[in-house]
Design a protein around this ligand. Structure first.
Ligand SMILES: [Zn+2]
Length: 520
């Protein structure tokens, strides 16, 4: 076993094996593994180098290769909210990260920084509510480095939901509890994040296993972009920086396994839910790009980490009663500056502000409040009431904005949202946008970049577009009643929750966008 897994391995050894009982038909545990920013093509691209969790899941599970987060803003919060709700952002209400989970009314426990977090803006129910509707004793545990990664797969249920703000301790917010339970305090007292002080991240395999060049200075904006990467020797600094390294995923897994033991999760006779969201792939890709040697290595490390996690979990609980689903909240756009020379149009970094400035100047000239039009990255909002009694109309301002925006390098299209909702059959970009906002939205227009381009405010690399490279994610179902298969038909992440509901024999409590997938 590689040395870096020693933390988890030690944990697995202390785990007590469950006594084997007569296996009832219903799964006792559903495990949702979300890998943040995990592109749909990683599993086939690096497949021959897997030896751990990915190997196990691919060898025994139903793998959907053409699965998509089928909405317009492919970000972390909307992606996590769709996975186990079976609904698009237009009905979960979580349309973008900036809607998200921040909530000053729900401060974090024992952590002075940060604004607090809760699912206050999440609308409707999720898989766990349906499970609990059938069995009031059901419990859920969700762990992630990110608050939104932990909160949104569960929905509004007040269960064990923990994340890692980056000060060395896992926590939750007042929405869920007044105090941390003993097992979380005990986990924090072990100071595992601090133990990564001085640790080196070097490639897992020999250099010949990586096709990617390492010496690419646009990665990391020229900072710390070649292997090896060394964590600070100061334990507190290391506990903060570990959040952006592959080691964070090991901590999530260790925390989740402790929780399974402490909470007696998955012992039956009912079904419990464990959700883990692994953020390191996203952090590494944002800083160094999804095509970097580091991103490749991170994928291999997740294979190993998830392998140890499943081995440990199956020692703790009867694997014949565990259903595992693996997916992601979004894919990733390569670094625009590294696009091939013949890319046409050439990927670039874009802002709608020139069009906004022109529109505001027109408003001011006509005596209308110039803030009546606003741009929130890729969406255009308008306060129509501000035009009352004025000589110009909202339509004339939107028309001129549209014309100006189209002239900006890197803008592929700008659509009136109302028009997109009408025709979505043959146009995947329009379809994805129509899944983003409800029909009564105040969003007037949505802008789509040229393929490979990024909004100017984003990091070295990012995601968030309605294109396949950002929407395509893996979906694997693994466990009892699921046949090994490699499936290429188009499916959506909103299909995961209804599929699980059917498998568990529970009823969704509302109308879903997704449909159950065939697993046999
Ligand atoms: Zn994400």
């Amino acid at each position: 076993m590689p040395k870096y897994l020693s933390v988890i391995a030690a944990l697995a050894l202390t785990a007590t094996a469950s006594s084997s009982q007569t296996a009832p038909q219903k799964p006792s545990l559903v495990v949702m593994i979300t890998i943040d920013g995990f592109r749909g093509d990683y599993l086939s691209r690096f497949g021959n180098q897997f030896t751990g969790g990915f190997s196990r899941l691919l060898a025994g599970g139903a793998w959907f290769t053409n699965a998509h987060q089928d909405h317009g803003i492919t970000e972390t919060a909307p992606g996590h909210a769709s996975l186990l709700s079976g609904r698009f952002p237009r009905s979960t209400g979580i349309a973008a990260n900036r809607v998200g989970v921040f909530d000053t009314n729900s401060p974090l426990l024992g952590f002075s920084g940060g604004a607090g977090a809760s699912p206050a803006r999440f609308q409707g129910t999720e898989l766990f509510d349906w499970i609990k509707g059938a069995d009031s004793k059901a419990r859920a545990l969700s762990v992630s480095a990110k608050d939104r990664g932990a909160i949104l797969p569960i929905g509004r249920a007040k269960e064990g939901v923990y994340w890692y703000p980056g000060d060395g301790e896992f926590t939750t917010s007042r929405y869920y509890a007044a105090d941390l339970p003993a097992w979380v305090k005990k986990f924090n007292e072990r100071l595992l994040p601090q133990k990564y002080a001085g640790k080196t991240w070097a490639p897992l395999l020999p250099d010949s296993a990586y096709k990617e060049p390492d010496d690419v200075s646009v990665e990391g904006s020229g900072k710390d972009f070649v292997f090896p990467h060394v964590l600070p020797t100061d334990p507190d600094q290391a506990a903060s920086i570990v959040r952006a390294t592959p080691f964070m995923d090991e901590l999530i897994v260790a925390m989740a396994l402790d929780g399974v033991s402490a909470l007696n999760l998955g012992r039956g006779p009912g079904t419990d839910l464990l959700a883990i969201s692994l953020s390191a792939t996203d952090a590494v890709s944002h800083r160094l790009g999804p095509g970097s040697k580091e991103a490749h290595d991170q994928v291999l490390r997740d294979d190993r980490t998830i392998g140890v996690f499943l081995d440990s979990l199956f020692k703790l609980r009867d694997s014949s009663r565990i259903v595992v689903v693996l997916s992601a909240d979004h894919g990733f756009t390569p670094i625009p500056e590294l696009a091939s020379a013949d890319a046409n149009p050439k990927p670039t970094r874009v802002s709608l502000f020139p069009a906004l400035a022109a529109a505001r100047a027109r408003l001011a000239q006509a005596g209308v409040d110039s803030l009546a039009i606003d741009v929130d990255q890729q969406i255009v909002l308008m306060d129509r009431a501000a035009f009352k009694g004025k000589k110009i109309t909202p339509e004339s301002i939107l028309d001129s904005f549209e014309k100006d925006a189209r002239a900006i390098n890197g803008i592929a299209r700008i659509d009136r949202f109302a028009n997109l909702a009408r025709d979505t059959a043959k146009d995947p970009v329009a379809r994805r946008w129509s899944h983003q906002f409800p029909a009564n939205t105040n969003v007037e227009m949505v802008a789509t970049l040229t393929p490979g381009s990024l909004w100017g405010t984003l990091l070295v690399a990012s995601h968030g577009s309605p294109y396949d490279y950002d929407s395509n994610v893996p979906i694997i179902f693994y466990g009892p009643g699921i046949a090994r298969a490699r499936r290429t038909e188009f499916v959506r992440t909103v299909d995961i929750a209804p599929t699980l509901a059917q498998l568990l024999g529970v009823k969704p409590l509302e109308k879903l966008d997704g449909i159950p997938l065939r697993l046999k």
